[in-house]
Structure formats: structure tokens, C-alpha cells
Design a protein around this ligand. Structure first.
Ligand code: HEC
Ligand code: HEC
Length: 266
């Protein structure tokens, strides 16, 4: 009788003891492990996991479920976060149709989404990372450094992008885009990752301070009304407006023309 009741007490006590032990272990772990380290790790892997999810929805049709590539797109293992940031921040990726040059478009992804996908691709294999702004800061360059940037630009870049950096055609219907109005970060990333026909300019070939000089030169070029095509030096707002009116107006004319031809063909 006594032994029976004590066994019953025992049975009830066992799960309670296990739960208590778990709680104690959890508390002990929380106290002993460096809290910031845990937070950083879970934060990072959560970002990679989010990036993986986004990647598998948006990018895997061409780049494979794990970035291994397919007949529609190259492997992204080892291309690095900078390449993803460049491709997505200029919205070249996700590419609309495979097989041609991906054009620059207005961006539709948030900075967080791009950072998550970049972190996922970086986790596949290390490549050029997204640089801190100090790596390419061109705001305090003297005239000498900017002149050096001009020299570097003429010897390394103008063959494709033209002397005034206004862009130019390349063989097989490809083109080197205009560099006016491109963000300094994207100039840096383009040089380090070499999109499409553009060669990679590694830190060994052109160190960070020379990249900053080239950026300084390109930004100075934008200030000069004579560089590229200008509308009486009225600045980028009018140019943008002009481009908008001519571009959209032209598209409307083409649409009307096609419609009228279609009607005639019937
Ligand atoms: C329709 C197919 C397609 C889709 C979808 C697509 N890509 Fe691409 N991607 C390509 C092709 C083709 C290239 C190589 C040619 C080029 O650079 O234009 C490429 C190139 C890239 C590169 C440059 C690789 C290098 O060598 O530096 C990156 C980075 C990239 N894609 C990331 C992405 C990400 C991230 C997504 C999803 C948000 C995505 N792509 C969606 C087809 C695609
Ligand atoms: C062999 C030709 C070639 C050379 C040389 C070259 N580029 Fe490019 N560059 C390209 C092409 C082609 C693209 C477009 C890639 C794409 O659309 O994916 C490009 C794209 C860029 C972009 C992205 C512009 C945008 O619209 O987002 C930048 C910035 C850039 N180049 C800077 C440079 C700089 C700076 C140099 C010299 C250090 C240089 N390039 C040398 C061919 C070249």
C-alpha cells in the first residue's frame, strides 16, 4: 500500500523533474553562452534562409535550386554578394528572358530582399563581398587624384564605354551602357565582378583608391555640360523629362503605326 502510493508519486514526479532539468539546462546555456554571438548567428542564418527562399522562387528557374546553374543561366557558386547586389540593384536580375543582354531597369526588390539573396549566394561559395562605402569614397579627392582617374578611365574603360562615358555598341548586338548617373557602389561592384563582356578589374589590377579616382572622374564628367548630350546645360531633370517624352511619345507612335498596319493587313 505504501510502496504503491510512493510509486504513483514517483510516476507523477518524473515528467516534472525532466521539465525542470530542461528549464535549468536552458537557463544555464543562456547564461554560459555569449549572447551576442548567438543573436548574430541566428540573425545571419535567418537572412540566408530568407534569401534561399526568395532565390528558389525567383531565380532558380535559370540558376538552379542551389545556384548550381542550368542551361538557362550560369552557376552562381563563388560569384559573391557584390555580383548579386550589382545585378539586382540595377534590376538586371531576375532576367526577364534568357539569351540576351539583361538591361538596366527600375528596381522592384527591397534592399532587405536583395541583401538576403546576396547573403545566400555568398554562403554558396565566397566571392567579392559588398564593399563598405569607405572603400570607394570619392568625395574628398583632389584634382590630381581625379586627373589620375581620367587617365585610368581612358586606358581601361573608354574602349567600350567611350571617352565621355556615354556608352557604345559592342559586337553581336551587345552594348556597353552609359555610365552617367550610375551609383558609385555599382561602379565599384561592376569593376570587381565584370558583368557580361566587361572584364573583371581585381584589386590587384586596380586597387580601391584608384577605383575611387575613376568614380571621382566619372562624377566630374557628369558635372560638365559638354560631356555627352546636353540640353543647353539645363541639367538631369530636363534631360530625364526630355527622354521620357521622346521615349514614351516614340513608343506611342510605333504602337499607332503597328495598329494601322495590322488594320490594313486585314
Ligand atoms: C530567365 C533566366 C534568369 C533568371 C530568372 C535569373 N537569371 Fe541571373 N543570369 C541569367 C543569365 C543568362 C546570366 C548571364 C548573362 C548576363 O549576365 O546577362 C545571369 C547572370 C547572373 C549573375 C552574374 C553572374 C556572374 O558571373 O557574375 C548574377 C549574380 C545573377 N544572374 C543573379 C540572379 C538572381 C539573384 C536572380 C533572381 C533574383 C536571377 N539571377 C534570375 C539568367 C537568369
Ligand atoms: C570590354 C568592354 C568593357 C570594358 C573594357 C569595360 N566595360 Fe564596363 N561594361 C561593359 C558591358 C558590356 C557592360 C554591361 C553589362 C551588363 O549589361 O550586364 C558594362 C557595365 C558597366 C557598368 C554598369 C552600368 C550600369 O548601367 O549599371 C559600370 C559601372 C561599368 N561598366 C564601369 C566600367 C569601368 C569603370 C570600366 C573601366 C575600369 C569598364 N566598365 C570597362 C563593357 C566594358
Amino acid at each position: 500500500m505504501r510502496s504503491g502510493s510512493s510509486r504513483r508519486r514517483h510516476k507523477a514526479a518524473r515528467p516534472f523533474a525532466v521539465a525542470l532539468a530542461l528549464v535549468l539546462m536552458g537557463a544555464l546555456y543562456a547564461v554560459l553562452s555569449p549572447a551576442t554571438q548567438v543573436a548574430a548567428d541566428t540573425g545571419m542564418s535567418a537572412q540566408v534562409a530568407e534569401g534561399k527562399g526568395l532565390f528558389q522562387v525567383t531565380c532558380s528557374s535559370c540558376h538552379g535550386l542551389n545556384g548550381e546553374g542550368s542551361s538557362q543561366g550560369p552557376s552562381l557558386i563563388g560569384v559573391g554578394a557584390a555580383s548579386v547586389d550589382f545585378q539586382m540593384s540595377t534590376n538586371r536580375m531576375p532576367m526577364a528572358r534568357p539569351g540576351q543582354q539583361a538591361p538596366r531597369r527600375p528596381v522592384t526588390y527591397t534592399a532587405e530582399e536583395i541583401a538576403a539573396i546576396a547573403a545566400f549566394v555568398q554562403s554558396l561559395g565566397p566571392g567579392p563581398a559588398i564593399p563598405p562605402s569607405s572603400a570607394y569614397d570619392a568625395s574628398n579627392l583632389d584634382a590630381e587624384a581625379i586627373a589620375r582617374g581620367g587617365e585610368l578611365f581612358r586606358s581601361n574603360c573608354s574602349a567600350c564605354h567611350q571617352a565621355a562615358a556615354s556608352g557604345g555598341a559592342l559586337p553581336n548586338g551587345k552594348y556597353a551602357p552609359s555610365l552617367h548617373g550610375v551609383e558609385p557602389l555599382h561602379i565599384y561592384e561592376a569593376m570587381r565582378t565584370g558583368p557580361q563582356q566587361m572584364p573583371v578589374f581585381s584589386a590587384g589590377a586596380i586597387p580601391d583608391e584608384d577605383v575611387a579616382s575613376i568614380i571621382g572622374y566619372l562624377k566630374e564628367l557628369e558635372q560638365q555640360p559638354s560631356a555627352g548630350f546636353s540640353l543647353g546645360g539645363l541639367g538631369p531633370v530636363t534631360e530625364g523629362f526630355f527622354g521620357w517624352v521622346v521615349g514614351i511619345g516614340g513608343l506611342c507612335l510605333v504602337a499607332v503605326w503597328i495598329a494601322s498596319r495590322g488594320a490594313r493587313a486585314k
